[in-house]
Write a protein that binds this ligand. Structure first.
Ligand SMILES: [Zn+2]
Length: 674
């Protein structure tokens, strides 16, 4: 076999895989899969697990393995050829996915296997088939022809509208600028922001400073800008982007929002849901529209008193009534004043190597596993490392690559991705493999990379996803590891791990001051924790405001009345928000998460997963954070199950009860005074 991408016998051969292999590999594989599928469906007699499920799982696993290095390398390598290879291959993959999800014969075959499944069948197999049937339903495959066509049209138009929504925000943002020659206007702004504004002025043949409306500028002005006028200018520009209230209203998203809402509602009805919120919940852990609404309103109610206290403290600190463009600024000032935490100072305690060792120790202590570097695997860059995870009995559980330092051309941010998903069907067990990617500062000449505490938390977060991916015991790839996990629960293992990076017992093992080797002092940690908590209740209300707006908008859509976007927002604000916004505020018009991204009627998921993570961690706090029995239960009921069980049922099996809000509130310093 000459194409190294098609060699799936071991780890990907990164030395040999080149961009020109991508498209041919995918073409060849998909063609072969089409033939196999046709043969499967043409089989005489009834379908069963061995004739349908096993080969389908084998094919999806194989496709994932071949695709993984393509997606991965284009994001971590500074190579236009990889990006081109990715862009020309991606449509093939998408098209093939649609082909499968729209295949009527295939859907019927799954239905038949489901009907014939014996009562004592493997629950994981049943869960897998249920998931496939649900996805067929959500793809509209079993609908009568006219409805099926309409459903496809709706999906296409919604996708196009979402893209226009995003483009309008981009255009509105790009066409805005603010120019000033006034020294006072730029007071307090970080040097880097001023330098950029002055360079942009030069480029536009203007004097002084020329500010664009990108997020770094907006954030810097709102957080550090001493000039209240400048903050107000930015607040107004930012909160009216792509709306009727913008200085230039040609990119107004109002009609697009109406249209998206109407089409989503229609699509949800076609596949049998009352509204789009109910449709969204079909793939989530939360059980019902009422459950989500109650969850959010309860969280708001419990946060309110602490938020009021925070607001009073902040107002007293500012010495004047606060406008919406004052909050971030005084919050930052108050924190500096009260806690004086400097990132530079904290960094001295967190050399990367110490943090990494400390973090692996946490996983070893919790789960009795060992994390060992293996220097024999080939990577895609000299800084890439490869680790194996072994069980106490020495057996290999899984392995992962790390690529942790920023470099030119690498996509920003931090993420975990699947290289190989666990597969144990038809007698062949394949161990899972993952990629852990971050953008930490590259090591200096002495070889040290110093992390901020935020970096440390990020590393723990991604490692939490990694453990979820690697420790699975499910053998069907479609529901192994993070696959098939409802997405309001998929952040549970990652956010859960973050908690360890906020535990002093862990941090003192993860820290060693550059010059003296001294671990993080207790008083520095206490300060860090206090500064984390202040303002949390106000931030909580803000997130609930967004989540409740999103959810109610989709749940209460009425075709006769339209979306009622602003009335819904105003009602939610009146109910939960402490910070009132001016009438010109048009938050929905640039709310990309729900009108352009995948978070429609799902923005609540952030809070939902946080509650789960805090509540799960509280079980460890109750029994000692390294308690082996609690960890074994967490591993068995949560980390290992993939999408093989109802997630709430699994959570209750771990915790002995449903999650409660208490732990998150306590962790956020909310309710102390209540
Ligand atoms: Zn995450």
């Amino acid at each position: 076999m000459s194409n190294p991408l098609l060699d799936t016998s071991g780890l990907p051969n990164f030395d040999a895989i080149k961009p020109q292999h991508a498209l041919p590999a995918l073409q060849e594989l998909i063609a072969a899969h089409r033939q196999k599928l046709a043969a499967i469906l043409a089989q005489p007699g009834a379908h069963d697990c061995a004739s349908l499920i096993t080969p389908m799982e084998e094919m999806s696993h194989e496709l994932g393995r071949v695709w993984s290095p393509i997606g991965h390398l284009q994001s971590v390598l500074d190579d236009p050829a990889w990006r081109d290879a990715y862009n020309e291959s991606l449509p093939l993959l998408t098209e093939h996915g649609t082909e499968l999800s729209q295949n009527n014969e295939l859907q019927k075959a799954y239905v038949q296997v489901a009907d014939d499944l014996p009562a004592d069948a493997d629950p994981a197999l049943r869960a897998l088939i249920d998931q496939e049937l649900r996805d067929f339903r959500l793809a509209g495959v079993a609908l009568p022809e006219a409805q099926k066509t309409r459903y496809r049209e709706l999906a296409q138009e919604i996708a196009a509208l979402q893209a226009t929504f995003e483009q309008n925000i981009q255009d509105a943002t790009d066409h805005w600028h603010y120019q000033t020659v006034d020294d006072d206007a730029v007071a307090g702004l970080p040097d880097s922001v001023r330098q950029r504004a002055s360079a942009d002025a030069e480029e536009n043949d203007a004097e002084g400073w020329w500010f664009k409306l990108d997020y770094p500028n907006y954030h810097a002005v709102m957080t550090h800008g001493e000039s209240r006028e400048l903050r107000e200018v930015f607040y107004r520009a930012w909160s009216t982007r792509a709306s009727d209230q913008a200085a230039d209203a040609q990119w107004d998203n109002s009609d697009i929002i109406e249209r998206i809402m109407s089409l989503r509602h229609e699509a949800a009805k076609i596949v049998g849901f009352d509204n789009y919120a109910a449709y969204s919940l079909a793939t989530k852990m939360a059980g019902s529209v009422d459950e989500v609404t109650e969850f959010l309103t309860e969280l708001a109610k419990k946060s309110r008193q602490t938020a009021q206290i925070e607001l009073q403290e902040l107002t007293a600190f500012a010495g004047q009534p606060l406008e919406p463009w004052d909050f971030s600024f005084y919050m930052e000032k108050l924190k500096q004043d009260r806690y004086a935490i400097s990132d530079e100072e904290l960094k001295q305690y967190f050399p990367f190597a110490t943090v990494k060792t400390g973090m692996f120790d946490v996983a070893e202590r919790l789960y009795g596993i060992s994390v060992v570097e293996n220097t024999n695997a080939s990577g895609w860059h000299e800084s890439v490392k490869y680790f194996e995870i072994h069980n106490a009995d020495g057996g290999l559980v899984g392995s992962f690559y790390t690529d942790l330092f920023a470099r030119k051309g690498k996509r920003g941010g931090a993420w975990m991705d699947e290289c190989v998903v666990r597969k144990d069907v038809a007698g062949a067990d394949t161990c899972p493999v993952g990629y852990l990617v971050c953008n930490f500062p590259p090591p200096d000449e002495g070889g040290a990379s110093l992390l901020t505490h935020t970096d440390v938390v990020t590393l723990f977060h991604e490692f939490g996803h990694m453990l979820h991916h690697l420790l699975t015991r499910i053998g069907y790839p479609s529901i192994a590891g993070i696959n098939g996990v409802p997405w309001d629960a998929v952040e549970l293992p990652s956010q859960f791990m973050e908690n360890f990076a906020w535990s002093y017992d862990v941090l003192k093992e993860c820290s060693a001051r550059q010059d003296s080797g001294e671990p993080l002092p207790r008083e520095v940690f206490d300060n860090l924790e206090a500064s984390r908590n202040f303002g949390e209740a106000l931030a909580m209300l803000r997130q609930i405001e967004l989540a409740l707006f999103d959810f109610r908008l989709h749940a209460n859509y009425d075709p006769a009345k339209g979306a009622s976007v602003l009335p819904t927002l105003n009602a939610v604000r009146a109910e939960v928000a402490l910070i009132q916004h001016p009438d010109f505020n048009r938050l929905p018009h640039s709310f990309s998460h729900i009108f352009a991204g995948g978070y429609a009627a799902g923005y609540y998921s952030y809070k939902w997963a946080e509650v789960l993570a805090a509540d799960a961690f509280a079980a460890f706090e109750e029994s000692g954070i390294f308690d082996r029995a609690t960890a074994a239960r967490f591993r068995e009921e949560i980390l290992e199950i993939g999408g093989s069980r109802d997630f709430m049922e699994a959570y209750i099996a771990f915790r002995g009860r449903k999650p409660t809000l208490d732990a998150l509130l306590r962790q956020s310093g909310i309710g102390k005074a209540a």
